[in-house]
Design a protein around this ligand. Structure first.
Ligand SMILES: Nc1ncnc2c1ncn2[C@@H]1O[C@H](COP(=O)(O)OP(=O)(O)OP(=O)(O)O)[C@@H](O)[C@H]1O
Ligand SMILES: [Mg+2]
Length: 246
């Protein structure tokens, strides 16, 4: 059974149909890549999967771990093991990185993790992501640079260990070294967690050191092609023109 099974999904916002008959099946252990032109509906798909109420599912089904989650709250989906790193992470004044992550873990697992263990794991992951330890005491994302915000998202991925994670352009706006660091963070997730990834990206740099199992191309709300890792290279060379239609 697939971990995530999307069938004939149609999504609208204020009468506008944004996603049309999306079919997608993701199994544990797999890394999927979603590419497509600006405005194609990639972030919308991520938001819909996470249960963002701004979007209306007009048709189709979403099953996660065998459960119909189409009408579940975002909170329930997160508890069930779904996670999304946002294209534009929100600033959270008044809550430090450290307490935000600890709260999120407690909410997800229902158990308070031992502070000493938590601190140790947080420090190790921050080290992996090349984030100075002082960041854990700063308010989440407040005054963080673009790259630092993206790293804070990957830090959440590593600390929360979701079963399914959507990374929405976590590599955009990163310098060469930061792309490698973030990529190493994603690789660590792949190794540590028996889960699955959906990586939304415009760049192929983050994929260089990651193994990709399936690639999907979204154009104007429709999946127009599915393939393996080689599809990423083709898009990289030729762009989306061959899929653009009339
Ligand atoms: N909350 C919203 N209100 C109005 N329109 C929206 C909303 N969310 C998405 N849309 C529209 O849906 C379309 C798809 O947007 P989406 O953000 O999913 O694109 P994307 O593929 O992620 O693009 P990009 O590569 O630029 O991030 C766009 O035309 C966008 O304006
Ligand atoms: Mg987007």
């Amino acid at each position: 059974m697939a971990l995530l099974e999307i069938k004939d999904l149609c999504v609208s916002i204020e009468e506008n149909e944004i996603l049309k008959n999306i079919n997608l099946s993701i199994s544990k252990g797999e890394t999927h890549v979603l590419m497509g032109p600006n405005g194609a509906g990639k972030s919308t798909l991520g938001n819909v999967l996470m249960g963002n109420p701004a979007y209306t599912v007009t048709k189709g089904s979403i099953y996660f771990n065998g459960l119909d989650i189409r009408n579940e709250s975002p909170d329930k989906r997160a508890k069930a093991g779904m996670f999304m790193s946002f294209q534009n992470p929100l600033e959270v004044p008044g809550i430090s990185v450290s307490s935000f992550m600890r709260n999120a873990i407690t909410q997800k697992t229902g158990e308070k993790i031992k502070f000493s263990e938590y601190r140790k794991e947080l420090a190790a992951n921050m080290d992996l992501l090349d984030l100075d330890s002082s960041y854990k005491d700063r308010d989440l994302n407040v005054g963080f640079s673009g790259g630092e915000k993206k790293k804070a998202e990957i830090l959440q991925l590593l600390m929360l260990k979701p079963t399914f994670a959507i990374l929405d352009e976590t590599d955009s706006g990163l310098d060469v070294d930061a792309v490698r660091t973030v990529s190493a963070g994603v690789e660590a997730y792949q190794k540590q967690v028996d889960g699955a990834l959906l990586i939304i990206t415009h760049s192929t740099r983050i994929l260089e050191s990651l193994s990709v199992d399936h690639t999907h191309i979204l154009v104007r709300g429709e999946i127009v092609a599915n393939g393996g890792a080689e599809l990423v290279d083709e898009i990289n060379q030729n762009g989306f023109e061959r899929f653009a239609g009339e």
